[in-house]
Design a protein around this ligand. Structure first.
Ligand SMILES: Nc1nc2c(c(=O)[nH]1)N[C@H]1C(S)=C(S)[C@@H](COP(=O)(O)O)O[C@H]1N2
Ligand SMILES: [Mo]
Length: 430
């Protein structure tokens, strides 16, 4: 903790005193703001439209959507990033969410050949290759195996990929929104592989599975058998309900902590093999260029990373100085988040943030720093620490190893320049 942290500590007493002085607890009165004479507030003293008639009946919306006032909280794409919206990506509005669970309706999508529509009745999952008995499961078959519920984040390896050379996209949604975090229900892949029998695979060392999707791209990926037998799920529900079409309905692979590309959607086939396929998605794509121009093979795990979601360019400070909640998300593919530090001076000094709940394995963790903003500019950063002892690097530290020509696996510390008027901008402090 720095000295700076102390004079930045929030004053709850001042906040409460300010609110009480107006006699209106709900009025947005910042600490230090002069108490005003109480003028009648028509929102309190007048009968409003919503109290003069009746609201909607219970079946007005059999499946509910967010209220119209929240229509800005949507996925967005960046038009110039891809040639069309079929092989493309959009971004989760992380700047506008709280907590850790991403609603499916605004969770980012990444397709290589569009989101397909596949009925449960037409669904088949084949397990073949080095197994004792090749098997084909229908959707109904999958529902008869013991199920698990687990919360995990899914991050595209290209998340923050545009930021390597310098600050590029203006908003947490665009710099860090290729991520979502859901509660998955499904069957462990181990259960299904054991059903097929793995004696034929012999020594599990150096054995692999190749997972393939039913869409035109197939998005085939090789996964070491060790991981496949560890925590991989064959999932059919997310956040309690059926997967949305765009997230792989009716069944997708969940590969905890590993890059999103391996989370094969519309999963149709798992082949047990004695080596990796070295498919397009694991050679020419999703490979990291290093400082010396060479390429690093097999980088599956997502390193610890974090971002301040508010304030941020799409979520400026609108209430002036006084109590300010700084919040964001942290995650690690190598374990649980153990702590997050926040800096308001571009990384010179750091204050430990409060975790919304203790970090769990390979899942998003929410952090808060309850501060008292003096109204001056901030260079806002967050830095994640995980249960492996790893600390999120600065951009300069990452570039020393990876150079400037990388795309994937950028987990560097992000900076928002928050100005005196509360507006924020993506800047680089390396
Ligand atoms: N079958 C199939 N699976 C796929 C893809 C795809 O195009 N086809 N895209 C992959 C990529 S690159 C990512 S980042 C994740 C994204 O999952 P989401 O669309 O649910 O966010 O799905 C992966 N699985
Ligand atoms: Mo991806």
């Amino acid at each position: 903790m720095s000295d700076k942290a102390d004079d930045f500590a929030p004053s709850r007493r001042r906040f409460l005193a300010g609110a009480a002085a107006t006699g209106v607890g709900a009025a947005a009165v910042g600490a230090g703001q002069a108490a005003q004479a109480a003028t009648p507030d028509p929102l309190i003293t007048e009968v409003q439209d919503w109290a003069s008639g009746l609201g909607d009946g219970v079946d007005a919306t059999p499946y509910g959507l967010p209220i119209q006032f929240e229509q800005d909280v949507v996925r967005r794409n960046v038009e110039w990033l891809t040639a069309d919206t079929i092989s493309s990506i959009n971004f989760t509005p992380i700047h506008a969410l709280d907590g850790t669970i991403t609603p499916q309706g605004c969770a980012f999508e990444r397709h290589h050949s569009g989101a397909i529509e596949l009925r449960k009745e037409d669904y088949r999952l084949m397990i073949n290759g080095l197994v004792d008995t090749p098997l084909v499961f229908s959707y109904a078959d999958l529902e008869r195996f013991p199920r698990e519920n687990r919360v995990y984040f899914c991050e595209c390896a290209a998340n923050s990929g545009m930021e390597w050379a310098g600050a590029q996209l203006n908003g947490a949604q665009f710099t860090h929104g290729m991520i979502h975090n859901m509660e998955y229900s499904g069957v462990s892949l181990r259960t299904l592989l054991e059903e097929a029998g793995l004696a034929a695979a012999g020594d599990f060392k150096d054995k692999w599975v190749y997972a393939e999707g039913a869409d035109a791209s197939s998005n085939g990926r090789s996964i070491p058998l060790e991981k496949a037998l560890d925590d991989v799920l064959v999932a059919f529900k997310a956040n309690g309900e059926a997967l949305r079409k765009e997230h792989g309905y009716p069944v997708r692979l969940v590969v905890p902590g590993w890059e999103g590309n391996m989370w094969v959607k519309w999963l149709r086939r798992i082949e047990v093999m004695d080596g990796p396929v070295e498919s397009r998605e694991e050679t020419s794509k999703y490979t990291d260029t290093m400082e010396d121009g060479s390429a690093r093979k097999w980088t599956w795990e997502m390193d610890a990373k974090s971002v301040v979601t508010s304030p941020s360019p799409q979520a400026p400070i609108t209430h002036g100085k006084g109590p300010l909640v700084i919040t964001g998300l942290a995650w690690s593919g190598r374990g649980a988040i153990t702590g997050v530090d926040v800096s308001i001076d571009g990384g010179k000094t750091w204050t430990q943030a409060r975790l919304g709940a203790p970090g769990t394995d390979k899942a998003l963790t929410r952090f808060y720093l309850d501060t008292n903003w003096d109204g001056s500019e901030m260079l806002l950063q967050s830095r994640a620490r995980d249960s492996s002892g790893y600390v999120q690097p600065t951009k300069a530290e990452l570039r020393e190893v990876r150079g400037l020509n990388s795309i994937y696996h950028n987990n560097a510390i992000q900076t928002w320049w928050v100005k005196a008027d509360g507006e924020a901008e993506n800047v680089e402090v390396s």
